[in-house]
Write a protein that binds this ligand. Structure first.
Ligand code: ADP
Ligand code: MG
Length: 275
């Protein structure tokens, strides 16, 4: 690692789908060990931010930069972003018939020139920490799992791969209360023990009771409309987005009307085959 500053830095990030700008200039800095919560009304651009950071096809970056520990992310292929230390927990994890979690992580380890046996062992250790039965590790990835089991699987991969920064897109959706506690505790531990930096997209304060945010940001119309400390979560619970942002900012944009879908742009490894 060079002597460059350790930070996931997003500056003035703008991105379009078709002709419509969805991200209108995002500025965020996540340092190792920090948790930044991103909240915001439906359609405000939260998932788009996660997809643009990870390089999902179908989005055009029209301005700004995103770097990870000094490395330009936007110039890299998705797998290279992963190798650079970025991990995305998808809102809707993909099912991959024929490929086990074990095989997937072995391949990821090889591609990154890492010790395959160490990653294999890390996967078992992680499964133990998350209370996941080892027989899941040999089954085809996410196939026939419940929504909550898929989210636990994402957390398992995050831990086993030892990513440096994680974007969690609604990791809490689909998890029952016990699984939510386990998953959020594991991620909190990764921030404390390994200095994982986290961008946690969520609608619910429950996740943030265990995974304690250093900063809370509210996205509206593709831009960060408000930022604050953890107390902002309580204000949002009490007053809603309208109360915190004013009614205009909380209105859902109509950007999706007539837009092409990302799937129309060709091969999309992020697509949910069941959608
Ligand atoms: P959020 O995650 O905050 O609910 P999204 O980032 O999913 O919002 O979407 C923001 C806006 O951009 C929505 O209006 C959505 O319909 C539109 N959008 C995002 N991605 C695409 C896409 N690939 N194709 C068409 N519209 C999209
Ligand atoms: Mg979303």
């Amino acid at each position: 690692m060079s002597g460059s500053e350790r930070v996931l830095r997003i500056e003035g990030l703008r991105a379009c789908v078709g002709d419509v700008e969805i991200l209108n200039g995002i500025d965020l800095e996540v340092r190792p060990g920090e948790v930044h919560a991103v909240m915001g009304p439906n359609g405000s651009g939260k998932s788009t931010l996660s997809h643009v950071l990870m390089g999902r096809p179908g989005y055009t970056v029209t301005g700004g930069t995103a770097t990870i520990d000094g490395v330009d992310l936007l110039g890299l292929a998705t797998w290279e972003r992963a190798q650079a230390g970025l991990f995305l927990c998808l809102q809707h994890p993909t099912e991959v018939p024929g490929v086990s979690l074990d095989a997937l992580l072995a391949e990821a380890a090889r591609a990154g020139g890492r010790d395959v046996v160490a990653v294999h062992d890390a996967l078992r250790t992680e499964a133990g920490r998350l209370g996941i039965d080892e027989r899941f590790l040999d089954r085809p990835l996410n196939v026939d799992l419940s929504g909550g089991e898929k989210k636990r699987n994402e957390t398992l991969q995050l831990g086993a791969l030892g990513a440096r920064y994680a974007v969690l897109d609604e990791i809490d959706s689909g998890l029952d209360v016990d699984a939510l506690a386990t998953v959020s505790r594991r991620i909190q531990e990764a921030t404390d023990e390994d200095g994982l930096g986290v961008l946690a997209i969520t609608h619910f304060s429950r996740l943030l009771e265990v995974l304690e945010p250093d900063r809370v940001h509210v996205l509206a119309h593709g831009t960060i409309a408000a930022s604050g400390g953890p107390e902002l979560v309580d204000r949002l619970e009490a007053e809603g987005y309208g109360g915190v942002l004013g009614d205009a900012a909380a209105d859902e944009p109509e950007t999706s009307v007539g837009l092409p879908h990302a799937a129309d742009f060709g091969e999309d490894p992020f697509a949910d085959p069941l959608a």
